[in-house]
Write a protein that binds this ligand. Structure first.
Ligand SMILES: N[C@@H](CCC[C@H](N)C(=O)O)C(=O)O
Length: 261
């Protein structure tokens, strides 16, 4: 039975199996991805990332949710940059990599935080009193003043499995304003089909919605169950946000070898 070296990383508690597919090319079946992420047979993570070679770039990030579906992952992107450094990738300027939603740039700050450039946002749809936008992954944003006591799994599932979203799925974020420039966000993630301790594209979506509703600032501090992040942006018109940066910690938790069946 084949054995594979893996690293577990976390970004504000959103955790990933990380695999170096640069030194040795790696291809996994969907079943193998699901097993590696599972609690019973694997590492018990929200997702899995394979770093691959990419022409003219530092790497390509191949991201899978725990159920094997693919999307862009903000916290995963920040962890992938730290992992790239761990395996010896040291670009002269910013890290540049490709993900499912396009090209990204990132820097590692002196305090260890990774600042990851996310895709521009050019449309924020209102949906009753809620909002829908895409920050690399599709997000539904609900404002609440009960974020800490809310049953995020139950309320998130109601929206994620409702008729308009049940086929493609959507990530559901519950957001409470703390003050003008800070919010608390909890997210139900599609593909994990559970609440995660933090979701980077979700935190980005919630910050853009907060800025859309209350203009005048370009950095938002975000608290999640897994820790603190920040989102910076330039608002260039009513619904257009550029230079969107997701900033936060990304750490190695442990490494090991696991059998692939
Ligand atoms: N945890 C991620 C988001 C991962 C993708 C999402 N579950 C989806 O399928 O859209 C993040 O940090 O952005």
């Amino acid at each position: 039975m084949q054995e594979i070296q893996f690293y577990k990383y976390q970004g504000t508690g959103n955790d990933f199996v990380m695999i170096d597919g640069i030194s040795t090319p790696v291809e996994l079946t969907l079943d193998q991805v699901r097993k590696l992420c599972s609690k019973g047979f694997g590492v018990a993570t929200d997702g899995l990332i394979i770093l691959k070679k990419a022409e003219g770039l530092d790497f390509e990030m191949d991201y899978y949710n725990a159920d094997g579906t693919q999307s862009m992952c903000g916290n995963g992107g920040r962890c992938a940059v730290k992992f790239a450094k761990q395996i010896g990738i040291f670009p002269t300027g910013s890290y540049r990599f490709k993900a499912i939603d396009g090209l990204h740039e990132a820097t590692i700050e002196e305090n260890g935080w990774v600042n990851l450039k996310m895709k521009d946002v050019s449309q924020i749809k209102t949906y009753g009193t809620d909002f829908i936008l895409n920050t690399g992954s599709p997000h539904y944003v609900v404002q609440t003043d009960q974020v800490k006591s809310l049953n995020v799994v139950e309320e998130g599932r109601k929206i994620r499995y409702s008729d308009p979203f049940k086929e493609e799925g959507i990530n559901v974020n519950f957001v409470q304003t703390i003050n003008d420039t800070s919010i608390f966000v909890r997210t139900y993630e599609r593909g994990v089909e559970n609440e995660t301790l933090s979701c980077g594209t979700g935190v980005t979506a919630a910050s853009i919605v907060a800025a859309h509703n209350d203009r005048g600032f370009n950095r938002i501090e975000v608290e999640t169950l897994g820790g603190k992040l920040a989102v910076e942006f330039d608002r260039t018109s009513e619904e257009h946000f550029e230079n969107v940066l997701l900033c936060g910690p990304a750490e190695l938790v442990f490494e090991g070898k696991i059998k692939l069946s």
